[in-house]
Design a binder for this molecule. Structure first.
Ligand SMILES: CC(C)(COP(=O)(O)OP(=O)(O)OC[C@H]1O[C@@H](n2cnc3c(N)ncnc32)[C@H](O)[C@@H]1OP(=O)(O)O)[C@@H](O)C(=O)NCCC(=O)NCCS
Length: 92
């Protein structure tokens, strides 16, 4: 299969910092790439949320691009860069 897919995640704050996001993302990537046969999986986060980028790195994803000021935070009224990561089947 040559298809690609995008993943995202959100955990309750009570459970942050326990490694759950990394563990879950690794397993989901394995499932999509190995079991489902996707060619490439991508994910992105906004620059104001570095913990999310760290999760992508720890799961083995690679930084592809920085899309300048593509994200808008309505609570802070600020624009953030969007950081794009991906992983291919042969990089797992
Ligand atoms: C982002 C989120 C998924 C992280 O979940 P988590 O279960 O706490 O993640 P993990 O514990 O697996 O790993 C977090 C990593 O980020 C690091 N980290 C935390 N705060 C950080 C910061 N401000 N800057 C850099 N790294 C940071 C941690 O130290 C850890 O890395 P380490 O193991 O090398 O020390 C979680 O905070 C969340 O759901 N947030 C709300 C929704 C959200 O932001 N979703 C992502 C949208 S792209």
């Amino acid at each position: 299969m040559n298809s690609t897919a995008e993943v995202g995640y959100s955990f309750g704050s009570k459970y942050w910092g326990c490694g759950y996001a990394t563990e879950a993302l690794r397993r989901v990537l394995e499932y999509l790439l190995n079991d489902c046969g996707f060619y490439l999986i991508e994910a992105d986060y906004i620059s104001g949320n570095p913990a999310s980028g760290r999760v992508m790195e720890k799961a083995g994803m690679h930084r592809d691009a920085i899309l300048r000021e593509r994200g808008y935070n309505k609570y802070t009224n600020e624009r953030n860069d969007t950081i794009v990561y991906s992983i291919k089947r042969d990089e797992l």
